[in-house]
Design a binder for this molecule. Structure first.
Ligand code: F6R
Length: 613
């Protein structure tokens, strides 16, 4: 879950690496460090805390060299202090490493190394790799083979970059399993390395993504990639279309706020190239489906984590309603352990912003092993979840930096809606009239989201009134039930307030006992098939002195009179209403956390890509 950046070329490596780490701070932000080869010596600067502290340190005590590696950490083994911050050096000081992942057998390796006389300076598992590589290096005098040998001993999933004083013209990078990506960025007489594209997209868009079991030798003029046994591997250069501006905050105070507002554009972008406006058809070529394959699908499992799983729950309604294919949604961390029944005709659809979430990738592997047709909806281009699927939909929303996911929640909602239309069309189960109506509805969404965003000031004022609340209950029904979950998740992860999402109809079976004057109840009560039921929900909460905050359709006087506060949204076709209804809940959570002065973009204990299981 940590971030890695490295550079080799003619430039001063320090500013390139530190600015890259800044862009990856969302990956982990408890400590950071950099190592640069300066006049043949490894110069290390490390801090506990955020990248700005590292920036200060390198200003006060500069490092200068044309090759270096850097790291921003999300602690797994050892407290987040300076000693445990990466890079870590081997005992003889000739090898230095940055690492993402967990060495599962590090305790036994550590004991063996200690028995051989190695002195550990940190509590990290990573330091074992540094010592192992250095041990092998003294035998082979070749950094590449030393890394290769060490990788064969360590268990778990890893991404790492290694540098040595003895070979100042190269870096060695490797990926084992799903501990996060390792991308090589090709420059002109220089090479960049990063765990995630935003770190280096400012310099190059020509990238190679290492697969599991690949080791790369990188010099300033090029690279070669081999498998663990040293066999050369042909790699594909991917051109990444991201715009570097999108990894800057612009006029917004936080990335999260910027990304909430970006949704008008990101929702149009996710449709781009996929909607035939004349025929009112959807084309999703990268799904690699034809009529025969589409007709063979009898069941779809959707698997994902957190926010992405909530998008999947909405997807169940969309696919079942439009394409009439049964859908089961299961969080990825459970998928593998329930021995899922995958029969011929079962498709497994994974949804992931990062495309590197360890649980989601493990679920995909389980599905592949059982012979499922493997599909994915992914944002990060070139990520593992995109590469290992038989077919994918790219969200096309650009990098999402705020740790709390917003635009990468709404884009897959549209992708799922489009996928449902596409599947139904291929299977021949959708009438032309219905297809035209569904596509016309789809095209209205960015405009409706724009209208919902215009209410930000009113939402900010409501947030000011409720920012001291202890917690909240979020209720929704039908296609908007997952929006209650998502609204609650947004609030808890950035404001640290307890919030619970609940299917509204389940209230009376227990949670209603919680309702009193101190517990705000957020109710999604827009005009849809469940509207009347939601009104009675509001009545029930009011009867118990609850404070009701309702997401309601503009002009709804009944709700205006019943609820204490109203988040107004424009009238939206019901299948697409989750996309619009989540907007005020994102803004509400954002403004509460911002007004409390909390670290909105980097909430405590979290990291953007969760590459540990
Ligand atoms: C919440 C959030 C997380 C992610 C989850 C999956 O705001 O961001 O719940 O949705 O960790 O991440 P991805 O989509 O990268 O697989």
């Amino acid at each position: 879950m940590c971030g890695i950046v490295a550079y080799i070329g003619e430039k001063d490596a320090t500013p390139v690496i530190v600015s890259g780490l800044r862009k990856l701070e969302y990956r982990g932000y408890d400590s950071a460090g950099i190592a640069v080869l300066q006049n043949g010596k490894i110069e290390i600067r490390r801090v506990a805390g955020k990248i700005e502290k590292l920036e200060k340190l390198v200003d006060e005590n500069p490092t200068k060299g044309n090759i270096g590696i850097g790291h921003t950490r999300w602690a797994t083994h050892g407290a987040p202090n300076e000693q445990n911050a990466h890079p870590h050096v081997g005992m003889a000081g000739r090898i230095v490493i940055v690492h993402n992942g967990i060495v599962e057998n590090y305790l036994s390796l550590r004991e063996e190394l200690i028995a051989e006389g190695v002195e550990f300076k940190s509590e990290t598992d990573t330091e074992t790799i540094a010592h192992l590589i250095e041990g092998f290096y003294s035998e082979s005098q070749d950094l590449y083979t030393a890394v290769q040998s060490a990788l064969k001993l360590i268990k778990g999933a890893h991404g790492l970059v290694v540098m040595s004083t003895e070979e100042p013209d190269r870096l060695i990078a490797a990926r084992l399993g799903n501990a996060g990506g390792v991308a090589l960025g090709i420059g002109d007489g220089e090479m960049y390395l990063a765990s995630d594209v935003p770190a280096i997209v400012e310099y190059t868009r020509r990238l190679i993504f290492l697969e599991s079991g690949q080791v790369a030798i990188i010099t300033k003029d090029g690279y070669s990639v081999n498998d663990l046994d040293g066999n050369p591997i042909q790699t594909e250069v991917v051109n990444v279309p991201w715009d570097p501006i999108s990894v800057e905050k612009g006029r917004y105070r936080h990335f999260m706020q910027k990304e909430i507002h970006e949704q008008v554009r990101s929702l149009s972008d996710t449709m781009s190239g996929r909607v035939d406006f004349e025929e009112h058809r959807i084309h999703l070529k990268t799904l690699n489906l034809d009529e025969e394959k589409a007709k063979s699908i009898k069941k779809i499992f959707i698997t994902a984590c957190g926010t992405a799983a909530y998008a999947g729950m909405v997807g169940k309604y969309l696919i079942e309603n439009i394409a009439r294919i049964p859908v089961e949604v299961m969080v990825a961390s459970e998928f593998r352990y329930c021995d899922p029944i995958i029969e011929p005709g079962t498709a497994v659809l994974a949804i992931s912003q990062s495309g590197e979430t360890a649980d989601t990738l493990a679920a995909m592997e389980e599905a592949r092993g059982k012979g499922a047709l493997l599909l994915s909806i992914v944002n990060a281009i070139g990520s593992q979840a995109m590469r290992i699927a038989n077919g994918f939909i790219s969200m096309q929303v650009g990098p999402e930096i705020g740790v709390a996911s917003t635009k990468a929640f709404t884009a897959p909602l549209l992708d799922l809606y489009m996928m449902a239309i596409y599947l139904a069309d291929l299977r021949g189960t959708l009438s032309v009239e219905k297809r035209i109506d569904l596509v016309k509805d789809l095209l209205t969404v960015p405009g409706l989201v724009e209208k919902a965003l215009k209410k930000e000031d009113a939402i900010k004022a409501i947030a000011a009134k409720y920012k001291s609340m202890k917690g909240a209950l979020y209720l929704g029904r039908g296609v908007n039930m997952p929006i209650a979950y998502e609204g609650a998740l947004k609030l808890k992860e950035i404001s640290y307030k307890h919030a619970e999402g609940y299917p509204a109809g389940e209230m009376k079976h227990g949670p209603i006992a919680l309702v009193d004057k101190d517990l705000p109840v957020v109710v999604i009560a827009t005009r849809d098939a469940w509207y009347e039921k939601m009104i009675s929900q509001i009545e029930q909460a009011k009867a118990r002195n609850g404070h009701v905050l309702a997401v309601a359709t503009e002009g709804d006087e009944l709700i205006q009179n019943l609820a204490d506060e109203v988040f107004w949204v424009p009238e939206t076709p019901w299948l697409l209403s989750p996309v619009v209804n989540v907007i005020p809940l994102q803004l509400f959570a954002y403004h509460i956390a911002a007004q409390l002065g909390l670290d909105v973009d980097q909430p405590r204990n979290l990291a953007k890509s969760v590459t540990v299981e």
